[in-house]
Design a protein. Sequence first.
Length: 215
Amino acid sequence: MFKTLKNDIDVVLERDPAARNRLEVFINYSGVHAIWNHRFAHWLWKKRLYFIARFISQVSRFITGIEIHPGAKIGQRLFIDHGMGVVIGETCEIGDNVTIFQGVTLGGTGKEKGKRHPTLEDDVLIATGAKVLGSMRIGKGARIGAGAVVLKEVPPNSTVVGIPGRVVIQDGVKVSHDLDHINLPDPISDKFKELEVEILELKKELTELKREKVN
């Protein structure tokens, strides 16, 4: 247990340049507090003490602004940065070394029973405001861009942007765990640029055809 708690603190020091020391993280980081509260609530949930587990999760939500259902399964070294507005559903499964930013929802899509929330494999990063909805798998090393809405499975080592989320393959190269929130690829913009080039080529061909007709 103490090793797990230490890992929860150390991962903040590794990934957050604003974190100065363990004491500061221990006292001031709501993401760490939410994870610790969840670990206790999840232990109670597995003991079928559902009411008290839900009560603890609701108190934690009130204090931290982060809602994690006690049924969710969370691995080692999860980093929730800032965290306000994060929602993690009951049947979510989160692997090791995952990073989640504020405003992220790992939710369901309706009233279906059984597994209805996403599974995040190791080394996944979910950026600010992204929504991952439904029972699907987000592959190892995948990155979900800020504001994306993901409704389908994401292959490993890929980046998703847009609404609905579109996968941008990274040529088989493993994606760095750090995400540049500003310089994300934009497949929609790229498509418009391709269409613009095609239109210019068609205009050029049309002009040449008119000249030939005149001559």
